[in-house]
Design a protein around this ligand. Structure first.
Ligand code: DX5
Ligand code: ZN
Length: 220
């Protein structure tokens, strides 16, 4: 019997009442806070940076799962480590020296993640899996919350699941974008471990109950 770890994306939170939304996630069955950092270059949108991450860290006890949608993410590894981030995920497409970048993240004591855009095949991770603690499969084009789930994600999750199992690794598979209660079971069945959810959680009437519902979906 397997259930998913839920990582609510604070991109969909109310930034005028950030403390309240962080506390909601703290009190909920969520495992991590998912933080989306965008630079307006790697993706066509700017989200938030250091001061906001600092404020979230102050209000949160649960681990911070930071997803960097920025070019040259290696420039900011030490900064995010100093801010108290726990998992640092960089994009495959943003890292010409991915192996070195992952190593630098691990050297700080943070967990290292690789995110893949929808068009990037998981087979390209053949030589990178050992260096990563987490693979984030983007199920929308990164940059915005509230987009709809791209269905070929299921196939990518199944393929990555067997690559990880064949190598006997315990790398986590995280899915990010368009996740709702409608695709939770199917993603779990395909082999996902962590589900990021932004708008589905924060736009629901009772976000804490929505997280509980997602966290209680079981597959065999
Ligand atoms: C998209 C971000 C996601 C986003 C998910 O670029 O990486 O984490 O917040 O939002 P929803 O769940 O609304 O698709
Ligand atoms: Zn994200």
């Amino acid at each position: 019997k397997r259930t998913a770890k839920i990582a609510p994306s604070l991109l969909a939170a109310d930034f005028g009442n950030l403390d309240k939304d962080v506390k909601m996630v703290e009190d909920s069955q969520a495992t991590w806070h998912h933080l989306d950092v965008m630079d307006g270059v790697f993706v066509p949108n700017i989200s938030y940076g250091t001061p906001v991450v600092k404020a979230i860290r102050k209000a949160a006890k649960k681990p911070l799962d930071a997803h960097l949608m920025i070019v040259k993410p290696e420039r900011y590894i030490d900064m995010f480590a100093d801010l108290g981030v726990d998992n640092l995920t960089v994009h495959y497409e943003a890292c010409p020296h991915l192996h070195r970048t992952l190593q630098a993240i691990r050297d700080t004591g943070m967990k290292a993640g690789i995110a893949l855009n929808p068009h990037t095949p998981v087979s390209l991770l053949e030589n990178s899996l050992e260096g990563a603690d987490l693979i984030c499969i983007m199920s929308v084009n990164p940059g915005f919350g509230g987009q709809s789930f791209i269905p070929n994600t299921y196939e990518k999750v199944r393929e990555l699941r067997s690559m990880i199992d064949d190598k006997g690794l315990d790398t986590l598979i995280e899915i990010d974008g368009g996740v709702t209660l409608q695709n939770t079971a199917k993603l779990l069945e395909a082999g996902a471990d962590v589900l990021v959810a932004g708008s589905f959680v924060f736009n629901s009437e009772d976000p804490e109950a929505t997280i509980a519902r997602m966290a209680s979906v079981e597959v065999y």
